[in-house]
Design a protein around this ligand. Structure first.
Ligand SMILES: Nc1nc2c(ncn2[C@@H]2O[C@H](COP(=O)(O)OP(=O)(O)O)[C@@H](O)[C@H]2O)c(=O)[nH]1
Ligand SMILES: [Mg+2]
Length: 192
């Protein structure tokens, strides 16, 4: 999940072992100004883990008029990843919006969550690397602080916050494997 332009479609394209069943179409509403093509329904990809295991990658629709689909997708979701566009002034409100939405829609369910911070390269003044004041852990910590403040009840364990470029396979793989690892731990050790 994540706001329009955060990199959901690209992340799934980057990682999927099958051709992504994309649903890109011309935007006709408020997103037209943001980009000419937008995700109107959802993106579906598959990551093969070997031994027949697969991770199905679903990019949730970014437009609010498709909100109803989120309940259907979340019902089957084993884990959730939120992508946040670091170049947007509203980046913290964006994260909070999705955390609140998930809190309401997941109800009593608990799932692993990971947060991927994208478009860092496009925000030089806010760069996550470089000067001390804008150091990697420094800027990522504003997202972590936001999560601590919200204390989302649906999150199982602690949600990792990682810098990712949706076009870079190693970045996206690390993000997906972080939630896969949490699921693996739970599967093996339960709540111990
Ligand atoms: N510069 C830069 N571009 C990115 C990054 N992540 C994604 N993009 C680009 O941002 C654009 C929007 O991504 P898209 O996957 O369509 O976003 P969606 O609306 O969330 O599906 C695409 O052109 C991506 O290639 C990043 O970390 N840096
Ligand atoms: Mg998209």
């Amino acid at each position: 999940m994540g706001p329009v332009g955060a990199g959901k479609t690209d992340a799934i394209r980057t990682l999927s072992d099958i051709e992504v069943a994309g649903t890109e179409a011309s935007a006709t509403d408020e997103t037209t100004r943001l980009k000419p093509l937008t995700t109107v329904a959802m993106d579906v990809g598959v990551l093969e883990l070997g031994a027949g295991d697969k991770v199905r990658l679903i990019g949730a629709p970014g437009q609010t008029r498709f909100d109803f689909m989120w309940d259907i997708l979340l019902e089957q979701a084993k884990a959730v990843i939120i992508l946040v566009d670091h170049s947007r002034a509203s980046r913290l409100t964006d994260l909070e919006y999705f955390v609140r939405l998930l809190t309401i829609r997941l109800g009593r369910r608990r799932v692993p969550l990971a947060v991927g911070v994208t478009h860092v390269d496009e925000s030089p003044s806010e760069s996550l690397s470089g000067s001390l004041s804008g150091s990697l852990s420094g800027s990522l910590s504003e997202y972590r602080a936001s999560l601590r403040r919200l204390q989302p009840s649906f999150v199982r364990g602690i949600a990792p916050v990682m810098r990712v470029d949706a076009r870079v396979i190693d970045d996206v793989r690390a993000l997906v494997l972080s939630v896969a690892a949490m699921l693996e731990m739970e599967h093996r050790f339960g709540n111990r």
